[in-house]
Design a protein around this ligand. Structure first.
Ligand SMILES: [Zn+2]
Ligand SMILES: [Zn+2]
Length: 345
């Protein structure tokens, strides 16, 4: 079958012939309907990608695609609770499955999982079919593939980040989202759905601001040297209850630190070299900083419920699977508005 594969870490991905997947005892084979196109797939192709010991064990070539919506077409011998024909979404890593955190629904806090899940250490969803461990599957609540596909990574990561700050987000208070691409735009929509805050968005691209407004941002500012003053002008001098930094660059982390009110929260989602310094002279008293990497299954279920009920309306740009190369090109050039999704017919 035709698959979009990485020959080795740090080398360009390309279409290649891959074997049809067979399910292990606790796996299912899914006919892929939609697969999310993520910037981390581009990072894995960069010669500068930091390869650790675990990654050296990944089987190569490896089909990319770590966000999948599809239909179950074959069950492994020991699979329980799933049927052929079930419409599923899959992605987020299941953790080690045995530690206290994993068995209590908080796999994002697992200390023992090797980084290995769909499209990241095993074959992913950028192919007509993919084998998926049953613990990665969720019913997709009737959502269409182009809406469900980008939720396991981009959507659930944003939900997990917003929940990290949820306790300080009082009605009417300003909250700032920096970087409104695939993840940050979801954060804007989720904030508008589950809080009554005034949501201010900053992005370096006009497309990002347009997307933030479509997701419900009250104010949208082009990234620039005067952002601190511009935000304070909007709020009448009030600092933000929380800043969710989906860029994560040194300059955006400085902005987040300068704009978070006493006892507020800085949530660092983006990983572009920035780090929050906590202490006198760096942040206001009582400020807490989070680095909420990834998400839990619960986050994905909560987000799908909000979308099903019409409270969050994701913006996606779809591409036929055959145009995946062009889709990654548009993503690399910063031209994708919302989340890019490859669709299969
Ligand atoms: Zn991703
Ligand atoms: Zn675990």
């Amino acid at each position: 079958m035709k698959a979009y594969r990485l020959p080795a870490l740090g080398t360009p991905a390309a279409f290649a012939d891959a074997p049809e997947p067979k399910p292990g005892p606790t796996e299912v084979v899914v006919e892929v309907q939609g697969a999310g196109i993520c910037a981390s797939d581009l990072h894995m192709q960069s010669p500068a990608y930091p390869v650790n010991e675990i990654m050296r064990t990944w089987p190569m070539p490896m089909t990319l695609g770590h966000e999948v919506a599809g239909r179950i077409v074959e069950l492994g011998s020991d699979v329980v609770g799933w049927e052929v024909g079930d419409l599923i979404v899959a992605g987020a890593g299941p953790g080690c499955r045995t530690c206290w955190q994993c068995t209590h629904g908080n796999s994002a806090a697992c200390q023992f999982a090797g980084l290995q899940f769909l499209g990241v250490g095993r074959d992913g969803g950028l192919a007509s079919h993919v084998a998926i461990p049953e613990e990665n599957l969720l019913d997709r609540m009737g959502l269409p593939p182009e809406i469900a596909a980008p939720l396991p990574d981009a959507g659930a990561t944003a939900y997990h980040a917003v929940k990290a700050a949820h306790g300080v987000l009082n009605a009417g208070e300003p909250v700032l989202v920096i970087g409104t691409g695939g993840v940050g735009s979801f954060a804007v929509g989720i904030l508008k759905a589950i809080t009554n805050c005034r949501v201010i968005a900053i992005d370096a691209r006009d497309e990002g601001l347009e997307l933030a407004r479509r997701m419900g941002a009250d104010d949208a500012l082009l990234a620039g040297a005067n952002n601190r003053d511009e935000v304070l002008e909007i709020t009448g001098g009030e600092m933000c209850a929380a800043v969710i930094d989906c860029a994560g660059a040194p300059v955006t982390v400085d902005l987040a630190s300068a704009l978070t009110r006493p006892s507020g929260e800085i949530v660092l989602v983006g990983m572009s070299g920035g780090a929050v310094k906590v202490g006198p002279g760096h942040v206001q008293p009582g400020v807490r900083a989070h680095f909420p990497f990834g998400s839990n299954r619960r986050d994905l279920v909560d987000l799908m419920t909000l979308i099903r009920d019409g409270k969050v309306n994701p913006v996606v740009e779809t591409f036929p699977f055959d145009d995946v190369v062009a889709a990654y090109g548009r993503l690399a050039a910063g031209e994708v508005v919302g989340r890019a999704v490859a669709l299969f017919d």
